[in-house]
Ligand binder design. Structure first.
Ligand SMILES: Nc1ncnc2c1ncn2[C@@H]1O[C@H](COP(=O)(O)OP(=O)(O)OP(=O)(O)O)[C@@H](O)[C@H]1O
Ligand SMILES: [Mg+2]
Length: 634
């Protein structure tokens, strides 16, 4: 074991799978087999969809590294040049998607052929005729076999558009293809010949039953994706090609495509419905992230860490009265990259910055503030292609409560619409109130209140419904937006000392008995007001917990002050205090109504109750102390 405190050696890994592999943690106990991984090894799914950082490349890396499930693997990761080739690829007489499918099919066939050439020798030790034909074909057509994918694609594309050398398969290109009515049909016919050549080699070698299939994976498509129609065509073509090739090569080749969810969700094509059974979306639960944290802490520190030791000794047991892992994982979007970043930030804040041997509550809070700022920026970047205007929607939620109703959002959105439409005229159709709510819900920025729960995208596929009116900003972004309390309520400032100093009021008790009696009565009335507001809040069961807590907290502060006065400070100007409190109540009620929460059962009642109490207190302080303040009229 390494020297020094355990915390010094704890590292939760790199944030991208590529570096996580080279640093060693991903393949040294830091990988957690999840549903997507199981689906990948069993071949149940062909299309693994996940958000940025959800672990697509990690599965690829894991599969590439282990020999438990597949003997032969090929990973295709298109770079700029390759993407450019596919995007530009067109064939006269064929629609865009089908043309792109052809070029991908060609890529698959060539990869399979190249695999077969080496595999036949090493695994089967023989070279049937079909294989000799493949060798000849590759020699004539894939002469850049060691070049970059982009260059090879460029070469393949050109040959598909003109003519491939198919003599290896007994076809005289110029003669046999001359009859083709269009460029598209000719390319398709040429490709079929190549594919049949590959199938024949697989069959003659009997790969189907002799051993496990070849695994062909495509990852990092996002590197070459833009919002252009050609880009969508490139991805649709890939899906069509993989489906075609999967049925063509049968058990000999297994295809796995890793696709970012924003890319997948932006696709729309007629055949789309046929892919649902092949799709699997990567999902992470809080428990899975806890397991990931423990596995990585163990692997990096090489210490015998139990969950108790990790979450009690290395991390503080609670943060702001919440269990630490709960606090942490509710403040990141449910994906390993976010979890790894936040956990590492906590470790670095404690160990590197403060030189501590364990993480304190203050370290976690400091780390989560920094993390929130990162994530707000990252969210805008993650969706820069799909929703380039996202960053410009954040101000709608800045420095306000994190609970936002449709009504409140509508008025805020109205004032921003003109600017948004001016900056992003091409997206004007999407930039409507409901369009924006859908997008913000879809990217995980807003959750929607359903019953007593707040649901964020990912847990529930149902988008925000028109009758749903209350939204919550995800805890991950609240610090960065300055939206850390549920509703935008002015905080009650304890008035005992400050108010007197500020107002310069000194009260002279003309007659000790009467003054004391009157003040006492007024304070009791104030206490009564607080209690009846609190009771009304208690009855507003339709109100979100957070909103109720927020109001309760403010009113309780007023109550604490009032109890403090009644306990002693006789020199306080109670009339002034009552009037100030009444003024605070009026502001509170107005803010509550403006928040739009009145729609959601109960908030209106609370606001009106607060107003009534404010009026009553004003009447009492204004001189009608002989009355209860309850009579009609202000
Ligand atoms: N199943 C897992 N077990 C352990 N660690 C994981 C797992 N999946 C992902 N990770 C880790 O989470 C981080 C992000 O994962 P990865 O780079 O694979 O995401 P991605 O989906 O490929 O993201 P991008 O779309 O940005 O490429 C990496 O550090 C990776 O090692
Ligand atoms: Mg990746």
């Amino acid at each position: 074991m390494a020297e020094g405190p355990v915390l010094a050696n704890v590292h939760f890994g790199r944030e991208d799978a590529e570096r996580d592999v080279s640093d060693g943690l991903l393949l040294r106990g830091g990988f957690l087999p999840n549903a997507a991984y199981r689906a990948s090894v069993t071949g149940r799914k062909m299309l693994i969809i996940g958000r940025k950082g959800s672990g697509k490349s990690a599965i690829c890396a894991r599969l590439m590294a282990d020999s438990e499930h597949y003997d032969s693997k090929v990973l295709v990761t298109p770079d700029e040049a390759a993407g450019e080739e596919v995007r530009r690829f067109e064939l006269q007489g064929l629609p865009g998607d089908s043309a792109k499918a052809l070029i991908w099919r060609y890529v698959f066939a060539v990869h399979a052929a190249r695999h077969l050439v080496t595999h036949a020798k090493s695994t089967h030790g023989r070279k049937p005729d079909s294989l000799k034909a493949l060798c000849r074909f590759l020699k004539q057509n894939d002469d850049l076999s060691d070049g970059r994918l982009g260059d090879r694609l460029a070469q393949g594309a050109k040959r598909l558009q003109t003519s491939l050398s198919l003599e290896a398969f007994g076809v005289k290109a110029s003669m046999d293809m001359a009859q083709s009515p269009s460029e598209g049909t000719r390319a398709a016919r040429q490709l079929e010949i190549v594919e049949q050549g590959v199938v024949r080699a697989f069959t003659e070698l009997d790969c189907d039953s002799a051993h496990r299939p070849l695994l062909l994976m495509v990852d990092q498509l996002e590197q070459v994706w833009s919002a252009e129609p050609d880009s969508n065509s490139m991805v649709i073509g890939l899906l069509l090609a993989a489906k075609h090739a999967a049925s063509l090569y049968g058990r000999s080749v297994r295809f796995l495509l890793f696709l970012r969810s924003d890319i997948h969700d932006s696709l729309s094509f007629g055949e789309g419905d046929k892919f649902h059974g092949d799709e699997l979306r990567i999902a992470w639960t809080e428990q899975a992230l806890r397991d990931l944290a423990l596995a990585r802490a163990r692997a990096s520190s090489r210490a015998e860490l139990t969950p108790e030791r990790l979450w009690r000794e290395i991390f503080p047991e609670t943060v702001q009265d919440e269990e630490t892992p709960k606090f942490l994982f509710s403040r990141c979007l449910p994906r390993p990259r976010d979890a790894i970043q936040l956990l590492n930030l906590c470790q670095e804040t404690a160990w590197l910055i403060h030189g501590r041997d364990h993480i304190t509550e203050a370290d976690v809070l400091q780390a989560s503030r920094q993390f929130s700022a990162w994530k707000l920026k990252d969210l805008a970047l993650e969706y820069l292609v799909a929703h380039p205007f996202l960053k410009h929607l954040f101000p709608l939620f800045q420095n306000t409560g994190y609970v936002v109703t449709r009504v409140a959002l509508s008025s805020r959105f109205m004032s921003a619409t003109e600017t948004l439409h001016r900056l992003f005229p091409a997206y004007a159709d999407a930039l409507t109130l409901s369009g924006v709510i859908d997008i913000l819900y879809g990217v995980g920025f807003l959750g929607v209140r359903r019953g007593n729960d707040v649901v964020f995208a990912g847990n529930d596929d149902l988008p925000a419904q028109p009758h749903e009116t209350e939204f919550h900003v995800h805890p991950c972004f609240r610090e960065a937006l300055g939206a850390t309390s549920a509703i935008d309520l002015r905080h009650y400032e304890p008035l005992l000392a400050s108010d007197r100093i500020a107002s310069g009021n000194i009260s002279f008790a003309a007659s000790a008995t009467t003054a004391l009696n009157r003040d006492d009565r007024l304070v009791r009335e104030l206490i009564r007001s607080c209690h009846s507001i609190l009771a009304q809040v208690g009855r507003a069961v339709g109100l979100a917990h957070d909103a109720r807590d927020e109001i309760t907290q403010q009113i309780s502060r007023v109550l604490d002050d009032a109890n403090g006065i009644s306990a002693g400070d006789s020199s306080l100007d109670v009339d002034a205090h009552l009037l100030t409190t009444a003024h605070y109540f009026i502001t509170l009620a107005a803010q509550l109504l403006a928040s739009g929460l009145d729609e959601t059962a109960g908030a209106g009642g609370v606001a009106h109750r607060i107003e009534e109490e404010a009026r009553r207190l004003r009447r009492l302080a204004g001189g009608s102390y002989g009355s209860s303040g309850d009579s009609a009229g202000t």
